[in-house]
Design a protein around this ligand. Structure first.
Ligand SMILES: [Zn+2]
Length: 217
């Protein structure tokens, strides 16, 4: 009997006991398994909880379990530079080597030289007095995205550009832009930053677990 003739519930029940790595192998064997595993995200979730005890956190918002596991288990830099010494940057949910990370990010000082207060206000077409302030800070684009801490705060340039695009092109009215700034600053950024720290902590625990398994220390 062909595996594909099994009732779906039975197949799901069998597959979910495989490790995430084996699920990836199976999903690449034929279109049937590829599609089945793409649709049944619960299989991946069950497999992760069963085989990767150190990975308790669920995927980031809008990320599928399968993509989450690919990110966790991968090792190559997403910039296709073939560097294998990488880490996950949860601010943007990708894996980068240290060289590509430095190239993709910038410091607050570097950004301040390009976005002066006057330029930024002109770009978004809002008067200073109309803007909400958070922690006495001005809502510059980098205050509307999470940062990565590595001997100082670093911001992903791509995220800054997205904020810039939304506020200067996509949102047409001043009211919409002010609302967007209110929604995307303050408490929301604090929560995102907290989530990132939790994920980094889990990465660290996972590395410790792997080292213990391989080197027994
Ligand atoms: Zn790289």
């Amino acid at each position: 009997m062909d595996l594909r003739e099994f009732p779906l519930e039975v197949l799901v029940d069998v597959l979910k006991y495989l490790s995430p790595i084996n699920l990836f192998f199976i999903s690449y064997t034929c279109q049937f398994f590829y599609k089945l595993l793409l649709n049944e995200q619960e299989i991946w979730k069950f497999s992760r909880k069963n085989h990767m005890v150190c990975r308790k956190l669920n995927p980031p918002l809008n990320m599928k379990e399968r993509d989450y596991l690919k990110l966790l288990l991968g090792y190559r830099c997403y910039n296709r530079c073939y560097e294998r010494n990488t880490m996950i940057y949860w601010e943007v949910n990708i894996r980068l080597c240290s060289y590509c990370y430095t190239n993709s990010t910038c410091t607050r000082d570097e950004m301040c030289k390009r976005f002066t207060e006057k330029l930024w206000l002109k770009e978004i077409g809002i008067n200073k007095s109309e803007l909400p302030f958070y922690d006495n800070d001005f809502p510059y684009p980098w205050n509307l995205i999470p940062f990565h801490y590595l001997g100082g705060n670093r911001y992903f340039k791509a995220q800054i550009l997205v904020v810039k695009q939304i506020l200067s092109r996509e949102l047409k009215t001043k009211k919409e832009r002010i609302e967007w700034i209110e929604e995307n600053s303050g408490e929301k950024i604090r929560k995102q930053q907290e989530e990132i720290i939790n994920r980094q902590r889990e990465d660290f625990e996972y590395l410790k677990f792997i080292n213990k398994k391989i080197f027994n220390y």
